[in-house]
Design a protein around this ligand. Structure first.
Ligand code: OGA
Ligand code: NI
Length: 344
């Protein structure tokens, strides 16, 4: 049976590739030049230390992105979580539109991303996003959408698992930096700012004219992303201008470093640009779980990583300052952490 055409939560007609979504030629993705020969590492969390720590550390230094397998989060839970998120975006538009807002301070929101071209007109991205807070140990079900019916329960269970996984990843990364296990988590502060962002990319008739998400670095500290099993879309910039595709690996998560760990590690671990492109025939879903400091946390290069040979690359700041700079650069190819760089 043919499914009803997709309508954005804030759209009154079925989604079509109108001028609102078409990027000017110089910012379109050049899909033919995306490298297929380079891939990011796949790291098996069952590997023994110290090689596990070494592999993670090298991936963080070189790519800022890697896959993890044998991560311990039950496959069945992952599958059901993806299904629930797909179901959310298939709710009738009026059931999503009451959550639609452009106010980024709203904890629960449905929104669209856009790119400001030449700092002027906005081009809307070919996607819709559902964002909300998550907590690993506190009950947050009441903050979540009521529909689809199982979402509250599933998202709570998933968050608990991701909470443990992130704790483990931060510990491995700390050790990779030569620090004691708890150091990164400690420096990221108590009451971290935890946000879940689910992205839905409907099939797009001409993927070369649009983007699903513009090129960006993640502003928080650490991201664990689950993506559709058999649809490509996520791409990472490895050198200036060269893009590679992060194709799905079965039962894996994509892990990437955000800006705050780049700063805390004094530039050793990389927060790199990435984007999502659309697919002509298939819809794609991803769920990004973000871990970041709260707005009062002071972030700066960790003292043990700074010495005469490695002078601090960034000044310290309250995370709220970073967020303000982030919002100031809304819609552009942001350069947020650069605003906190120290001259060398
Ligand atoms: C993000 C992101 C990529 C994707 O949500 O920050 O980079 O593949 N998502 O959806
Ligand atoms: Ni991202």
């Amino acid at each position: 049976m043919e499914r009803a055409p997709f309508c954005l939560a804030n759209g009154s007609t079925p989604l079509s590739l109108s001028d609102d979504f078409i990027l000017p030629a110089h910012v379109r993705p050049v899909l033919s030049s995306v490298s297929t020969s380079i891939t990011v590492p796949v790291i098996d969390l069952n590997d023994k230390q110290p090689s596990l720590i070494k592999n993670i550390s090298e991936a963080c230094e070189e790519y800022g992105f890697f896959h993890i397998i044998n991560h311990g989060v039950p496959e069945e839970l992952c599958r059901r979580m993806m299904a629930a998120i797909s179901d959310f975006f298939k709710l009738p538009p009026q059931e999503r539109s009451h959550l639609f807002t452009e106010d980024k301070t709203k904890p629960l929101r449905v929104s669209n991303y856009y790119l400001k071209v030449e700092g002027q007109y906005k081009v809307t991205m070919w996607s819709e996003t559902l964002a909300h807070p998550w907590y690993a140990f506190d009950d947050f079900a009441h903050l979540l959408p009521r529909n689809p019916p199982h979402y509250r329960e599933l998202a709570s269970e998933y968050a608990k698992e991701i909470g443990w996984l992130m704790r483990r990843l931060l510990s491995l990364m700390s050790q990779g930096l030569g620090l004691k296990k708890d150091r990164l988590r400690e420096r990221l502060g108590h009451k971290p700012r935890l946000v879940s962002q689910a992205n839905y990319y409907p099939p797009c008739p001409q993927p070369e004219l649009t983007l699903g998400l513009p090129a960006h670095t993640d502003l928080n500290a650490l991201t664990v992303l689950m993506q559709s099993e058999d649809v490509t879309g996520l791409q990472v910039m490895i050198k200036d201008g060269e893009w590679i595709s992060i194709d799905p690996v079965p039962n894996a998560f994509v892990v990437n470093i955000g800006d705050q760990i780049q700063v805390l590690s004094n530039g050793r671990y990389k927060s790199v640009h990435h984007r999502a492109v659309t697919n002509k025939d298939l819809e794609r879903v991803s769920i990004a779980m973000f871990y970041g400091p709260n707005k009062d946390t002071v972030v700066g290069p960790i003292e043990e990583l700074v010495d005469e040979e490695h002078p601090p690359m960034y000044r310290s700041y309250r995370y709220e300052e970073f967020l303000e700079e982030f919002h100031r650069q809304e819609g552009t190819r942001r350069r947020v952490k650069e605003a906190f760089e120290l001259p060398n």
